[in-house]
Design a protein around this ligand. Structure first.
Ligand SMILES: [Zn+2]
Length: 274
């Protein structure tokens, strides 16, 4: 009796979440990993189509424009995207013991990031911190069985808040950026962030908004900091919500940059990112 209740519960969660995500097309394959922290589920649904190509990662569940753009890309070019599904909100929210905890899932990749990320919203607890660090490992392991040869994330933001100007001198992310290139014809909310100087230079020549993360950027527990600490080339293509056409355009430019600057990341061998 108890077993059937659990099964029904899980099915109802996954059915409820599906509606927020793009409908699948014929031939697409799914492979799902799960994070479970007490009463809180994250479904990490990896959608793959045709041959391995680029592998995208979406970690915020309220950012679906990137998932739609990734679907469009893989439908024509093959590849995969991991879509994190946990109720269509930005933050992880859960109970542990008798306490409520909240954290941005882009703060869980380092121990320091988790401490500060939990403290921003309330309680900090060592057992919860350890669960969250483990959750980040589940995500990375689902993204790539071995050390990833690159990490390619997709994010969306809201009009006029975070954008390329956030990295300018005197603004809140100044210390995060080493170099910045702005195309003033583009929407300032649409940009690419990278950790490798070669990728920055290549993208600058493509005349797109691009940020090179500083080697001394503060450890905020984000995936870009984790990637830098572990010498993994990192690309984040981030656009304003609903800028799906621009997202796809920037994804295609970023893939050209990645294939030009890190060709070994696409050799089909054991440990590749697919
Ligand atoms: Zn995001």
């Amino acid at each position: 009796m108890r077993v059937s209740f659990v099964i029904i519960f899980i099915i109802s969660i996954s059915t409820g979440l599906k509606a927020q995500h793009p409908s699948v097309f014929e031939g697409i394959r799914t492979d799902t990993s799960y994070i479970l922290i007490n009463d809180f589920y994250v479904n990490l649904v990896k959608y793959s189509f045709r041959e391995p190509n680029v592998n995208f990662l979406v970690i915020h569940d309220d950012e679906d424009t990137g998932v739609k753009a990734a679907f469009e890309y893989i439908q024509y070019s093959g590849g995969s995207v991991i879509d994190s599904q946990y109720g269509g909100v930005r933050n992880y929210n859960f109970n542990y013991g008798s306490q409520f905890y909240q954290i941005d899932p882009n703060k869980i990749y380092t121990e320091m990031g988790i401490q500060n990320g939990l403290a921003k919203y309330g309680m900090v607890d060592s057992a919860v911190a350890s669960e969250l660090l483990n959750a980040s490992k589940v995500i990375l392991n689902h993204y790539s069985a071995g050390k990833p040869l690159y990490i390619f994330t997709l994010h969306n933001n809201t009009d006029g808040s975070f954008g390329i100007a956030s990295y300018l001198k005197g603004y809140e992310l100044e210390s995060t950026a080493d170099s910045l290139y702005i195309n003033f014809q583009m929407d300032p909310d649409d940009l690419i962030l990278v950790t490798e100087p070669d990728l920055f230079t290549w993208l600058k020549h493509e005349n797109v908004n691009v940020v090179l993360q500083s080697k001394t950027a503060p450890d905020d527990g984000s995936l870009s900091i984790y990637a830098m600490q572990n010498q993994i080339p990192y690309i984040n293509v981030e656009v304003q919500h609903s800028h799906q056409y621009e997202h796809l355009r920037l994804i295609e430019i970023a893939i050209k940059a990645l294939k030009a600057c890190c060709p070994s990341a696409f050799v089909k061998a054991a440990g590749s990112s697919e």
